[in-house]
Design a protein around this ligand. Structure first.
Ligand SMILES: [Zn+2]
Ligand SMILES: [Zn+2]
Length: 170
């Protein structure tokens, strides 16, 4: 996939920079699908962003919810993980004063919200995703998904080496 497959969320905030301190504007977002990076696609992105003029740029206060397809580390099935973020960041203008390029407003006043959302959503993705709290995972003997069917293995299925151990213990 090329870099072009990323969704740009660009909007013009230049006019806000000409307002006096305290002026604010709210933006609402609703997208069925947004590709934040080659390997991160958000589904049902919903939320809002309020930009308030401050002395150093714009204060960005965002609240977003979304869903992302993840693979369960127990049963290996793909499932939809809900994600929510809230952030409050100072977007700096002029851009050369910003230490973090993600938090810089370009000279053009065309702000791309993609990097800011990407950084915040990536932090919310669990390292060990589970399709549900009580996911039973895969059977260690046959690999069956135990959420779908229980396994009732008889002794023939037990590894012969374990059988020897069992006899010793008996
Ligand atoms: Zn699972
Ligand atoms: Zn099994």
């Amino acid at each position: 996939m090329s870099q072009k497959s990323r969704t740009q969320l660009i909007f013009n905030v230049g006019f806000l920079l000409h307002q006096s301190r305290g002026f604010s504007r709210r933006y609402d977002f609703n997208f069925p699908s947004v590709q934040l990076a080659d390997d991160l696609t958000l589904l049902h992105l919903d939320g809002n962003l309020t930009l308030t003029r401050s002395g150093d740029g714009l204060l960005a206060q965002g609240s977003f919810s979304s869903e992302v397809n993840l693979e369960c580390t127990r049963c290996l099935e793909t499932f939809l993980q809900p994600l929510e973020i809230e952030f409050s960041e100072l977007l700096v203008f002029p851009a050369k004063e910003a230490e973090d390029p993600v938090l810089a407003i370009p000279e053009s006043g065309q702000l791309d919200l993609n990097p800011l959302l990407r950084e915040n959503f990536l932090l919310m993705i669990p390292l060990q995703p589970h399709c549900s709290e009580d996911c039973k995972g895969l059977c260690p003997i046959c690999g069956n998904n135990l959420n779908e069917n229980a396994c009732y293995h008889d002794s023939e299925d037990i590894d012969p080496r374990l059988e020897v151990l069992k006899n010793l213990l008996d």
